[in-house]
Unconditional design. Structure first.
Length: 230
């Protein structure tokens, strides 16, 4: 039997998503990996501080704790233990599965664009059964615009001001979720077009954005500063 798209009269659209603290609560796993790195290298790392500012690339964070000539080796050591310590310890964020499903149900595509090492990002997605249409790793902030443009993303969803900058650089609508290290005021000041409490509010917002009939949401939207339509 041939399947037909739910909305055959509309062109497909693409929504981009960040990974850490947007789709995946990777903080417990990252904590474990940093604790292991500190123990194996004998280097003091304030893991609480690290976990309070997740988002930027690994090497940028490691530069706070290791001399420049040791950062690359420290990154290799961290990535080596990450699959064992971090993947199983990191659950999906509330609403992550529903957010990806909402894009698919409305006839769209989803692409995850993350600063995380792409191989480890794939392990997270596979472990949790999250199945975007594409994954691009190792991109941060404005650098994410390259992948967002290549995939034709009209919306990018993230938790960090760097994600907002990436969306704006790509010419995509910035949807910010207040589930990471940046609070609502920081995200708004960075230029987020839409602010949501978390991803549980995303399917309802997306239906409105696409002009679909509303479905009751379980979590309220903080603010929607754009009434644009794709």
């Amino acid at each position: 039997m041939t399947s037909h798209p739910r909305h055959p009269h509309r062109p497909r659209f693409t929504v981009g998503f960040d990974l850490d603290l947007t789709l995946v609560d990777s903080a417990p796993g990252i904590r474990a990996a940093y604790e292991s790195l500190a123990a194996s290298t004998g280097t003091h790392i304030d893991v609480d501080l690290v976990c309070s500012r997740l988002g930027p690339p690994l090497e940028q964070e490691l530069a706070h704790w290791f001399p420049a000539d040791r950062v690359a080796a420290a990154a290799d050591a961290y990535r080596a233990v990450y699959p064992t310590l971090a993947i199983g310890a990191s659950p999906a964020m509330p609403g992550a599965r529903e957010a990806l499903a909402a894009v698919r149900e409305l006839g769209g595509r989803s692409v995850v664009v993350t600063a995380k090492y792409e191989r480890n990002a794939r392990l997270h997605l596979d472990h949790l059964g999250l199945a975007p249409d594409a994954l691009v790793g190792d991109l941060w902030a404005e650098g994410k615009a390259t992948a967002l443009r290549a995939h034709g993303a009209v919306v990018y969803v993230g938790d960090h001001t760097g994600d907002v900058r990436g969306a704006r650089t790509a010419g995509a609508l910035s949807v910010a979720v207040a589930t990471g290290p940046c609070d609502e005021e920081e995200l708004r000041a960075a230029g987020a077009d839409v602010l949501l409490a978390d991803l549980t509010a995303f399917p309802g917002w997306l239906r409105g954005y696409r002009g679909e009939p509303a479905v009751p949401d379980t979590a309220p939207e903080i603010a929607a500063d754009s009434e644009a339509r794709a």
